[in-house]
Design a protein around this ligand. Structure first.
Ligand code: ZN
Length: 249
């Protein structure tokens, strides 16, 4: 780290749980973010401000006026631009010392697997189950930690699946691929603006902890937030021995 970086990241370096070594690990780290929307916005802003080395963001959508109420990485002038390009501009304005790769597509299949293989941590802020399951499968295959967030109306969820650990459940242990889970998309449902800010910032916190080696990640637990009452609770998760995705891994 040069003098500029030592100053820039001094409030992380002062934390014994992070320190110089932890901050250097962040500067050397690669994170993959799926979705540049309500969850991805605060997650990306904190990963960038914290000095993540390389941030790859995937999203095929363009910025719409209805996004701006909660997707805080985008500016009104960016309406009509690809979300990943808009996010890249904001993030490099915040911290020009990081690398931001903008992937303007809804990635799947081989391309998604390549991106997951090439990263240290994955943050899922996507808005549909097909993408969530594809990201989970790629993380199970590559044994990469997955920080999964969700938020709709006033309700938020957060979970960490550290697939490097043999005892960790995967996303499909919680929500089976053939499950009857109702798809609730914020494209048609309401969403409280700061709810996705809170959950997205928590996703960044978990990713930074995993990368820096600080504290205990939320592995094996599901955090549930009702932002109408600010009732926050965590429930334990178990690996499903019959999971179609991770059993026998
Ligand atoms: Zn599983």
């Amino acid at each position: 780290m040069d003098d500029h970086q030592l100053l820039r990241y001094s409030r992380h370096i002062l934390l014994p749980e992070i320190g110089i070594e932890g901050q250097q690990r962040l500067l050397d780290a690669r994170a993959l973010l799926i979705g540049a929307g309500g969850l991805g916005s605060p997650a990306a802003l904190y990963l960038a401000s914290a000095g993540i080395g390389t941030l790859t963001i995937c999203d095929g959508d363009s910025v719409d006026l209805t996004n701006l109420q909660r997707q805080i990485v985008h500016r009104e002038a960016a309406v009509g631009e690809k979300k990943v390009d808009s996010a890249r501009t904001t993030l490099l304005g915040l911290n020009p010392g990081i690398r931001v790769n903008a992937v303007a597509e809804r990635v799947s299949g081989e391309r998604l697997q390549e991106l997951v293989d090439a990263t240290d941590v994955v943050l899922d802020g996507s808005d549909n189950f097909a993408t969530r399951h594809a990201v989970n499968r790629a993380c199970v295959k590559a044994q990469k930690p997955l920080v999964s967030g969700a938020g709709i109306r006033f309700d938020g969820q957060l979970a960490v699946f550290d697939l490097r650990r043999a005892d960790s459940p995967c996303y499909a242990c919680l929500f089976p691929e053939d499950g009857e889970t109702e798809e609730m998309r914020c494209a048609v449902m309401g969403v409280f603006a700061p709810l996705v800010g809170i959950i997205g910032a928590m996703q960044a916190a978990e990713a930074l902890k995993l990368l820096a080696g600080a504290g205990e990640p939320l592995t094996g637990r599901l955090l549930l937030l009702d932002s109408l009452t600010m009732d926050l609770r965590t429930v334990g998760l178990k690996r499903d021995a019959g999971c179609a995705v991770c059993a026998g891994r």
